[in-house]
Design a protein around this ligand. Sequence first.
Ligand code: DOR
Ligand code: ZN
Length: 428
Amino acid sequence: MSKILIRGAKVLGGEPQDVLVDGGTVEAVGTGLDAAGARVVEAGGQILLPGLVDLHTHLREPGREDSETVLTGTRAAAAGGYTAVHAMANTFPVADTAGVVEQVWRLGRESGYCDVQPVGAVTVGLEGKQLAELGAMHDSAASVRVFSDDGKCVDDAVIMRRALEYVKAFDGVIAQHAQEPRLTEGAQMNEGTVSAELGLGGWPAVAEESIIARDVLLAAHVGSRVHICHLSTAGSVEIVRWAKSKGWNVTAEVTPHHLLLTDELVRSYDPVYKVNPPLRTEADVTALREALADGTIDCVATDHAPHPHEDKDCEWGAAAMGMVGLETALSVVQHTMVETGLLDWAGVADRMSFRPAAIGRLAGHGRPISAGEPANLVLVDPSYRGAVDSARFASRSRNTPYQGRELPGRVTHTFLRGRATVMDGELA
Ligand code: DOR
Ligand code: ZN
């Protein structure tokens, strides 16, 4: 049965409407639509959004299948309401050749839970020395358009310039992990009063901001597109705001955790809070929320970074950086942005679907919910309240900072081209 009638959903948070899905497509949107021959999903009170799109997901395959695979990661994505994710290149081997990106792309097609768009490395082996085969990755079956050395910064200004110039030919974008390496040697957390009190090596805001400043200037100079990964400081917001005011082709993302958590949590020495870039201050959190609300920051990206427990359940200094995020992202955004009045649900659709899809030039995702459009959809129950239980995650990893914390909202249904990947809150 391929016909589905979603009845009485608040489309983008508006007035309740019915949405009829047939095959992979939205057939009709209206009131009192005929349910004949269709499976009915009663959606009263729920919000219908376009399927979420993540620009920044670590799926770990190939090479670290003990923490995540394309299959487990796409199941986690579907559970979180995503219909497309961009898979970061810091795998083993690194996704720096057409062969590796095609492998990841194929695994994504086989999963069936969520589309996987591979990100290609900017430099060979993420070593920052020599450009990877950007053109071959773009020309491959994976059609790579987003390139990133994420986890590492492309710190050589000439390499960054050449990469920006190179991807212009096919409207690609360089997604920069902005971290000046010399300024962050031995850094363990945000540089500030908490790091001083704890005696942990500090990670100054300027390490991020100086790279962002350089890269928006470089992008403007060569007339190319740069995307800034996981902005984490108030100063970074100011630089991006300035670059956008110049009309430069600069976009930026923020993670859910940087919208909610601060470096005060590091006082617990619990490595679940160890992440790159580090958790910052309350003032940074406020600036990031405001920037996401006013559009200076284009989108939310999870930086879903699964790690096996032996890499996280250890002392702070030895622990791996990163946290899982796909299955809690929407709830954190509801909590920090919707329930604070900073964004409405149409704004959530924009920041978590329309804009990330546009930045990745992803066809078929981030589309309006109207007749003739691909039926990539997520239905959310915003009234739900419940504690996060990582034992129920579809992800292979459990390194969430929200274990036991009450967060609002729950994904009840996700549809990938009209097929339910999540039904009544359970993976299909
Ligand atoms: O916390 C992080 N973890 N930040 C990154 O940039 C990389 C990621 C990872 O791959 O674990
Ligand atoms: Zn990163």
